[in-house]
Design a protein around this ligand. Structure first.
Ligand SMILES: NC(=O)c1ccc[n+]([C@@H]2O[C@H](COP(=O)([O-])OP(=O)(O)OC[C@H]3O[C@@H](n4cnc5c(N)ncnc54)[C@H](OP(=O)(O)O)[C@@H]3O)[C@@H](O)[C@H]2O)c1
Length: 195
C-alpha cells in the first residue's frame, strides 16, 4: 500500500519519510517546495509538489495512495487545511490516515492548537476513514528552543515526562508521562548546542 507523507520537509514528516524508506517502502512526500524536498530526501525521492489550500495539487498527490501521514505546523488555517486534506483523501479512496495531533487536544480549549487538533480529529473520525491519532506530548527537540535561556541563566525551567505509548485503545495512541525525566540528561546536549 503506497503511503503519502504530508509535511515531508518538516521535523516529524521528514523522519517518517526516512524511516519508511529505510524499511523498504517507497513513500511519496507532499512538499510545498520541490528544491527543499530534494535537499531533504535526495533526487530519487517520490515527491509531489502541493499544498493544503490547492485542491488540484492534493488530488494529484493522492493518486494511487492507500494511506497517509497527516501533519502540519501550527497555523491559524490548520483546521481548514487538514480537513481539506481529509476530504480529498476520502474522495481518493485512501483507507487509513495517521494524524499527528497533540496531547491535550480538546475542542474549545483556550490553547488554539489543542482546539485545532481536536476539531481535525473529529472531522477525521466523521470521514469514515480508518485512523490512528497520535497525541505526543512535548517533543524533546523542542527543548532546543530554550537554548538561549540556558545560555543566559545556566538553567532550564520546564516540566517534562517520560513517554509511554498506550496501544490498548487501537484508534488512539495517547502518550502519558509516568515518571519525571530529570533535566540532567537533556541539559548536556542543550548546553553544547547553546555554546
Ligand atoms: N513541538 C512539540 O513539542 C509538539 C508536541 C506535540 C504535537 N506537536 C504537533 O506537531 C505538529 C508539528 O509537526 P512538526 O514539528 O513536524 O512541524 P514543522 O517542522 O513546522 O513542519 C510542518 C510541515 O508542514 C508543511 N506545511 C506547512 N503548511 C503547509 C501547507 N499549507 N500545505 C502543505 N504543507 C504545509 C511544512 O512545509 P514547509 O517545509 O514548506 O514549511 C512542513 O513540512 C503540529 O501540529 C504540533 O501541534 C508538536
Amino acid at each position: 500500500m503506497k503511503t503519502l507523507v504530508t509535511g515531508a520537509t518538516g521535523t516529524v514528516g521528514a523522519h517518517v519519510m526516512h524511516t519508511l524508506t529505510e524499511r523498504g517502502a517507497k513513500p511519496r512526500g507532499l512538499v510545498r517546495d520541490h528544491a527543499k524536498g530534494v535537499s531533504v530526501h535526495g533526487p530519487d525521492a517520490d515527491l509531489a509538489v502541493g499544498e493544503y489550500s490547492d485542491h488540484d495539487s492534493l488530488r494529484a498527490a493522492l493518486d494511487g495512495i492507500g494511506q497517509a501521514f497527516l501533519t502540519c505546523g501550527n497555523h491559524p488555517s490548520q483546521v481548514d487545511w487538514e480537513t481539506t486534506f481529509v476530504d480529498a483523501a476520502a474522495a481518493a479512496g485512501v483507507q487509513r490516515i495517521v494524524k499527528l495531533s497533540a496531547l491535550g487536544a480538546q475542542a474549545g480549549s483556550p490553547v488554539a492548537f489543542f482546539d485545532a487538533h481536536a476539531r481535525i480529529e473529529q472531522h477525521l473520525r466523521a470521514a469514515g476513514i480508518a485512523t490512528v491519532q497520535l497525541r505526543p506530548s512535548f517533543k524533546m527537540s523542542t527543548l532546543l528552543a530554550g537554548a538561549h535561556g540556558v545560555r543566559q541563566a545556566d538553567s532550564f525551567f520546564a516540566p517534562a515526562a517520560r513517554l509511554r505509548v498506550d496501544r490498548s485503545g487501537g484508534r488512539h495512541l495517547r502518550r502519558r508521562g509516568r515518571r519525571v525525566v530529570r533535566h540532567s540528561r537533556p541539559a548536556d546536549p542543550l548546553r553544547t548546542a547553546a555554546g
